[in-house]
Design a protein. Structure first.
Length: 492
């Protein structure tokens, strides 16, 4: 089976969030499971500059624009096609935003080029002939429409994975002709969203199948509370919508071998973890006197999704508890400023680390006792998985992937010995504080706490399980005739 995995970022080359980790991990596992999977990614200037051994593989025209496809391999060996064309190759920095935090003005044209290139694969204009185009997030949302406008001569299926419904790629409708999209797609069942052009609707309405990155999120987005205005459409596609949980790179995130760590540990040899805590507290400049207090951590993008407003609201009360807090993150400048102001009175017990720091992220996962994720929504979330593996007990909002991966320490689960963390239902400061208090109470019961740590560390979250589910889905899609719900309604 040949699969083209189309995605806008991939670790370690270009990363703004978990999507890049998924783009590295899932294809690798699919390859190990026997699939011929290759990536198609945009050739951003920063990516071209750091990638060795690029070979020219093909040239093509994407409407009025000349483009080249360069070929190379990820560090894992997976083949990658890099789309080199205007809009990507000519600018540095964030793939989606200008340095001032606003979207690049030509995002519609840029990511439409990615979609046109993917469609060229489906139409056999290039020498790799995928059966499945596996598309990810709004950046790839126009692929199904381009494929449907020029239907391939052989069975090709499109699968659209929603990693985050909150980012939709909404643009003015007048761009349609420029992008090469016929007006007939601009309907409520197609690309139209409140009079504008929605890239993500292209994926949701027109792909053969939709997945999200956890079963709970697949359900949640069919409700008005989580549907971001698209819950009706998602409900109408419920038969072609499923949730497959992400995995993690179990080699990269293994406390027994993690190259970022000096002191390794495992479920059998937990004692190494405390040396990591000592080293981390030293790095963060915490006074020696606080070493008995539990260290609570957050590593996050500063975005409304992540519930930092709850932390800011709860902070005065939270710091009334015997604990220390480390927050590593970057993003929204308003949230950053608000956090800075909120933590200032507690500088002895809170370390706010602004920026993006992979090494520090590993040290925090290894050295902290608890991990806080009060997300308002969380399609999957990777940090709770890293935390579980590192014996850093998560305290998280019961939503999306957090609900699906953390077993709450209620009386029943504690009695069964299956509890691995603390979940709270309501997205409120009160509810979060209550969960923190439950965690603090059990932290002082070492045998229960160790059982919880070990439970988390034993979690099966390798990519192999997800890859098996995707392979099964690809096979079903190829066996399923004419499943294009939206397309059938729209085709002439
Ligand atoms: P999202 O994609 O919504 O940001 P995920 O939990 O899926 O959330 O993935 C976030 C990824 O980014 C994880 O690999 C996490 O470790 C990493 N990350 C986020 N912020 C930082 C940071 N400031 N420094 C280092 N790694 C970070
Ligand atoms: C998104 C989501 C996150 C998920 C990641 C990878 O960025 O916010 O929950 O883990 O994609 O699928």
């Amino acid at each position: 089976m040949q699969i083209l995995y189309v995605v806008s970022e991939v670790a370690p080359w270009i990363k703004t969030g978990g999507l890049a980790d998924v783009a590295a991990g899932l294809p690798k596992a699919l390859h190990q499971a026997g699939a011929d999977i290759r990536l198609l990614i945009p050739g951003y200037a920063d990516l071209l500059a750091q990638t060795d051994g690029l070979r020219l593989w093909a040239t093509l025209r994407l409407r009025d624009v000349p483009a080249r496809i360069l070929e190379t391999n990820l560090p894992s060996g997976i083949p990658v096609y890099i789309l080199e064309c205007p809009g990507f190759a000519d600018r540095h920095g964030n793939p989606y935003m200008k340095p001032d935090g606003h979207a690049w003005d030509d995002n519609a044209q840029r990511f439409n080029r990615l979609a046109l290139a993917a469609a060229a694969f489906a139409n056999d204009q290039l020498s790799f002939h995928p059966h499945i185009l596996h598309l990810n997030d709004w950046h790839t949302g126009l692929v199904p429409v381009h494929v449907l406008q020029h239907p391939p001569q052989r069975p090709v299926r499109t699968l659209f994975t929603i990693h985050n419904l909150a980012y939709q790629g909404i643009f003015p409708a007048h761009l349609l002709p420029q992008l090469g999209i016929q007006p007939r797609w601009m309907t409520i069942d197609g690309l139209e969203f409140h009079g504008q052009l929605s890239f993500i609707k292209g994926g949701i309405a027109l792909a053969d199948h939709i997945t999200t990155v956890s079963p709970s999120y697949a359900q949640e987005i069919q409700t008005p509370a989580y549907g971001e205005g698209l819950d009706g459409l998602l409900r109408s596609r419920a038969h072609h919508l499923s949730g497959i949980l992400n995995g993690i790179d179990a080699e990269l995130w293994n406390p027994a071998t993690d190259p970022y760590l000096t002191h390794h540990f495992s479920a059998q040899h937990l004692h190494g973890k405390k040396y990591n805590k000592t080293a981390l507290r030293h790095t963060l400049g915490f006074p020696k006197t606080g070493k008995k207090k539990p260290l609570v951590a957050m590593i996050t993008r500063f975005a409304a999704q992540k519930g930092l407003d709850l932390v800011i609201e709860a902070l005065p009360e939270l710091m009334g508890r015997p604990l220390e807090l480390v927050i590593l993150g970057s993003g929204d400048s308003g949230l950053e400023e608000a956090l800075k102001r909120a933590v200032a009175p507690f500088s002895q017990r809170i370390a706010l680390q602004l920026g993006y720091d992979e090494a520090l992220a590993h040290h925090i996962e290894a050295g902290a006792d608890m991990f806080l994720m009060p997300s308002r929504f969380e399609p999957c979330g990777l940090n709770q998985l890293y935390s579980l593996r590192y014996g850093t007990v998560p305290i998280a909002r019961a939503t999306g992937g957090l609900r699906d991966t953390i077993v709450d320490a209620n009386a029943q689960n504690l009695a069964k010995g299956t509890a691995s963390g603390f979940l709270f239902e309501e997205p409120t400061a009160r509810s979060m504080l209550h969960a923190v208090d439950r965690a603090l109470a059990l932290y002082h019961e070492p045998s229960i706490w160790k059982t919880m740590m070990r439970c988390g560390m034993a979690i099966e979250c390798s990519w192999a399980t997800s890859a098996a589910a995707y392979l099964q889905l690809y096979r079903e899609l190829l066996a399923r005739p004419g499943s294009r719900w939206g397309a059938r309604a729209l085709l002439p």
